[in-house]
Design a protein around this ligand. Structure first.
Ligand code: SF4
Ligand code: SF4
Length: 292
């Protein structure tokens, strides 16, 4: 089984569109949408939800009003200014769940044992059926953190499904950027496919994300999307990639069919037989050769 992670230095490079087409080309795979802050692979793959589970990224504190003596100890101790004081209320103290970092200090030191410290639900994850195979995806609550933890959960569930059904591929739509969720999505993967575009920011973001993938010593490949919009910049990206030991696995032409396929909720390789589809098929074939 091979786990292929599709990432990009920033959003809007066509990462999800390429990932959806790779899923269609893989034929037998588990799909994992690890872009948990802005998941949109489901818009193309139309998953039918079969299982929903709550996700708890940590604990949160809540004051139990009947037990609180208004001593103010928690207010003094909280370093995150998550405890609000209002002398006009009973009790005079309340905890802002958004500001609470879940350190547990207030609960530990409350003399009345008046602060509950329990797991908080801040997202949900799903196992769904798609016409290409099972899909694991998730949704993080508004203002919720710990997306790295949720990404790891989605990947481990996808791996368990691939093992159970003896599926040869896990195709992961990773988060954009270089933060904690990206690190959680690439560690231990078999291949990282970076989608970039021929712009100044695309080139800069590629350097950052390639450095990250290189740090984890994962076979890393680059695909230049819409390469024909700026041939000179595309050439720069190719030269820089090769100089960093990263294989340029393919180039994708600019084609309005990509947007039209999104509107039709189809991977572009299923929507059209045009150049862009041929480009992505060539990338998939090259990737398979590299992984074998
Ligand atoms: S430390 Fe406990 S008893 Fe004191 S104000 Fe806070 S919740 Fe109330
Ligand atoms: S758990 Fe920590 S961050 Fe949350 S209210 Fe208590 S002291 Fe503040």
């Amino acid at each position: 089984m091979k786990e292929i992670i599709v990432i990009s230095g920033k959003g809007g490079t066509g990462k999800t569109s390429v990932a959806a087409s790779l899923v269609a080309l893989a034929k037998r795979s588990v799909v994992a949408d690890c872009d948990v802050d802005a998941a949109d692979l489901h818009l193309v793959l139309d998953p039918q939800i079969e299982k929903v589970e709550d996700f708890s990224g940590g604990k949160g504190a809540t004051i139990i009003p009947d037990k609180c003596s208004d001593c103010g100890k928690c207010y003094e101790l909280c370093r995150f200014e998550a405890i609000i004081k209002d002398d006009g209320k009973k009790p005079a103290y309340a905890i802002d769940p958004i500001a609470c970092e879940g350190c547990g200090v207030c609960s530990y030191f409350c003399p009345e044992k008046a602060i509950a410290f329990e797991p908080v639900v801040n997202g949900r994850w799903f196992i769904s059926a798609t016409r290409y195979g099972p899909m694991v995806h998730a949704r993080l609550g508004i203002a919720a953190e710990n997306s790295g933890k949720l990404v790891s959960l989605v990947r481990s569930q996808a791996k368990a499904l691939a093992e159970k059904d003896d599926l040869p591929f896990i195709i992961v739509d990773g988060p954009p950027g270089i933060g904690c969720p990206v690190i959680a999505s690439i560690t231990g993967a078999d291949a990282v496919l970076i989608i970039t575009e021929p712009t100044v920011s695309g080139e800069h973001d590629l350097e950052r994300v390639a450095e990250l993938a290189g740090h984890f010593k994962i076979p890393t490949f680059v695909c230049i999307n819409k390469f024909d919009l700026n041939l000179e910049k595309s050439k720069n990206i190719e030269e820089k990639s090769m100089a960093s030991g990263i294989t340029v696995i393919g180039r994708i032409h600019y084609d309005r069919a990509v947007t039209q396929a999104q509107v039709k909720k189809l991977p572009v390789v299923e929507f059209t037989g045009s150049t862009v589809a041929k480009d992505i098929i060539a990338i998939w074939d090259n990737l398979i050769k590299e992984l074998n």
